[in-house]
Ligand binder design. Structure first.
Ligand code: PHE
Length: 385
């Protein structure tokens, strides 16, 4: 065809674009379009083919945009410029060229758009999960350190024949104090020390009111442990919280003695603080026991020496403050008035009871200097146990 030979490829686009893929897969029907262009404006068909391959072969969005502007840019795009020239053409060429350029403009825009979606889809699939990354260890929870100690204690007492009795946290004044033989004017009953919910109702200040509830419900003999949270209107500092956890124990029967108490407490101490621990009972007053005592264990840090060796020199043990002993619980024989208050006959049954704080055990065992950490729920702290 003579006409085509007299219009060699204009070469307005880089020759390298010819190596781009056939855009047929992006926008079908290329052969028909080329045929149509060759029919109406053969030289434009060559430009179209090169431009279409250039768009289809753009390696990434930036290259595509660059090529798109070069071809279709509103100001400097080759197609735009060519359209601007149409008016200068001889009248009979004007119509055909104008039509060809408009077709080219539309078809190339379609290819450009199709390539853009294709590149975006590829980028999306690349930003999906990288299957070559090592797996993430799933987060595994565990019981709170206090819950761990509580179950350890419940397990220990279970082995000694004790069942668990769970009692309410909001408690009648009468059960928290009155039936436990607190005098009406006992300072613990003051609102400075105890949270009152309403007159006659308090947040329990210890787990001991559970004894009263259990004894009112059941007949002796009974062996029970009472775990739970307790509340006191404390000034909060490193060793005081206004809520903490206790476990009380209660053993009531026909001839429960102080010797039984001592044996039970020693078993507890050895299980929790180790076989080598020494214990001592010191008389102390609690309204609900008579006699009452506190149990101390030999200091777990200095082994009862009251001093520790550090860099070759002796220094006072800071945990027991040099005494060699740590106070770990309160205990005693259940006061006859408490037995009477629940309808038991102190001539027929006797009992012992003890009560301990879980935070204290956890702090000693794990060397935790700050009681507030237990309730802050910071997994960096809790995850250590
Ligand atoms: N209930 C006491 C307290 O909270 C502890 C205790 C329990 C003392 C049993 C003696 C007997 O301090």
């Amino acid at each position: 065809m003579k006409k085509r030979d007299s219009h060699p490829r204009s070469g307005v686009f880089p020759e390298a674009w010819d190596r781009g893929p056939d855009p047929e897969t992006l926008v079908p029907g290329q052969a028909a379009k080329l045929a149509e262009l060759r029919e109406i404006a053969p030289p434009r068909a060559a430009d179209y083919e090169r431009a279409s391959r250039g768009l289809a072969g753009a390696a990434d969005p930036a290259e595509l945009l660059e090529r798109h502007s070069m071809i279709l840019g509103r100001e400097r795009g080759q197609v735009t410029l060519a359209l601007g020239e149409v008016g200068k053409l001889p009248i009979e060429e004007r119509k055909r060229t104008g039509r060809a350029l408009n077709l080219i403009k539309r078809w190339l825009a379609e290819i450009s758009e199709a390539r853009r979606s294709q590149l975006e889809a590829a980028a999306d699939s690349r930003s999906g999960p990288d299957v070559t990354l090592p797996g993430r260890r799933p987060w595994v929870g565990r019981p709170h350190v206090l819950a761990q100690i509580q179950s350890e204690l419940l397990d220990l007492f279970h082995g000694l024949g004790y069942s668990v009795y769970e009692s309410r946290e909001s408690e009648l004044d009468e059960y928290n104090f009155g039936k436990l033989n607190f005098a009406p004017d006992h300072p613990a009953r003051d609102a400075h020390d105890t949270y009152f919910l309403s007159p006659g109702v308090v947040m329990r200040t210890h787990t001991s009111p559970g004894w009263v509830r259990a004894m009112e419900e059941r007949r002796p003999p009974l062996r029970l442990v009472f775990p739970g949270r307790v509340y006191r209107a404390e000034q909060v500092d490193a060793s005081h919280m206004d809520q903490f956890h206790q476990i009380d124990g209660l053993n009531v029967g026909p001839d429960v003695s102080m010797a039984d108490l001592k044996g039970t407490l020693n078993t507890f101490a050895r299980s929790i603080y180790g076989e080598r621990v020494r214990t001592r009972l010191i008389p102390i007053y609690f309204p609900f026991v008579e006699p009452g005592c506190q149990m101390d264990v030999s200091c777990v840090i200095c082994d009862g020496r009251g001093a520790v060796t550090e860099n070759g020199s002796e220094r006072r043990c800071s945990v027991c403050r040099g005494s060699g002993w740590l106070e770990v619980l309160g205990a005693g024989m259940v006061h006859p008035n408490v037995l009477r208050a629940v309808g038991y006959d102190p001539e027929q049954v006797t009992g012992f009871a003890f009560g301990m704080g879980l935070e204290r055990i956890a702090m000693l065992r794990h060397g935790v200097p700050e009681i507030r950490l237990f309730l802050e729920n910071d997994v960096r702290f809790l995850g250590q146990f």
